[in-house]
Design a protein around this ligand. Structure first.
Ligand SMILES: [Ca+2]
Length: 232
């Protein structure tokens, strides 16, 4: 049982990087390698052929959300935007298998250097995927929305897919994205039961370390100087 605990803890430490209100986010596919510079490629959404997006190849059998770096393409015009992400199978124009809830953003959101623009798009229900199969996502703006941008770069070297522009693959270019799942936060009852189980396991381990009756104890080293005995 102990090795299993170590495996779970190690796995959690590697892949769980943030805590959400209702649970832990576990990332599956992440396009930028650590230390990548900020994205310098920009996709205008929508593009003329509604063909902007990115392919990816999941390793998990489910997806709950996609993170993008996105923002208002035209700031200070009094118009914000509503953006959502659709998920397709087979190709960038293949069947739509799921869609996220729209995220509404105000005029000027994410506009300007250094302004926070990472946005999480959550699917309305967990979407089952086949690990190792390539899927395609597309950011979409709602009707009457201001155009929006999505950031990417040509140095992410994401090996599970590539960006698309007007329906055409853009080898070497990737949108900045993260896909992942949400693990619900354990309930108080579950935490309490886990605590009791951990306490019982600790007691068992402690009992195992006690010396058995009749065990041979190592003798202490001889004292280098004679000890005075009381009354001698
Ligand atoms: Ca605007």
């Amino acid at each position: 049982m102990k090795p299993d605990i170590y495996i779970v803890l190690a796995w959690t430490a590697v892949t769980t990087v943030s805590l959400r209100g209702q649970g832990y986010l576990i990332y599956d596919q992440v396009s930028p390698v650590p230390g990548s510079p900020p994205g310098a490629a920009e996709w205008r959404i929508p593009d003329p052929n509604l063909g902007s997006g990115q392919s990816f190849t999941p390793s998990l059998s489910r997806i709950d959300f996609i993170d993008l770096r996105t923002g208002d393409y035209t700031a200070s015009n009094g118009r914000g935007g509503g953006v959502f992400v659709i998920l397709r199978s087979d190709s960038i124009s293949g069947p739509i298998i799921a869609s996220t809830a729209p995220v509404l953003m105000e005029d000027g959101f994410g506009h300007g250097p250094g302004v926070e623009n990472t946005v999480s798009f959550f699917f309305q229900a967990p979407v089952p995927l086949t690990p190792g199969t390539t899927y395609y996502f597309q950011p979409v703006v709602e009707m009457n929305s201001d155009p929006w941008y999505v950031i990417g770069y040509n140095s992410y070297r994401y090996s599970g897919g590539t960006a698309f522009w007007q329906g055409e693959a853009q080898p070497g270019l990737d949108m900045w994205f993260r896909t992942g799942i949400v693990i619900p936060e354990p309930s108080s009852l579950a935490l309490g039961l886990f605590g009791l189980a951990a306490l019982a396991a600790a007691k068992r381990a402690c009992a195992d370390r006690r010396q058995a009756v009749g065990a041979v104890f190592p003798t202490p080293p001889e004292s280098p100087t004679p000890t005075l005995r009381r009354g001698a």
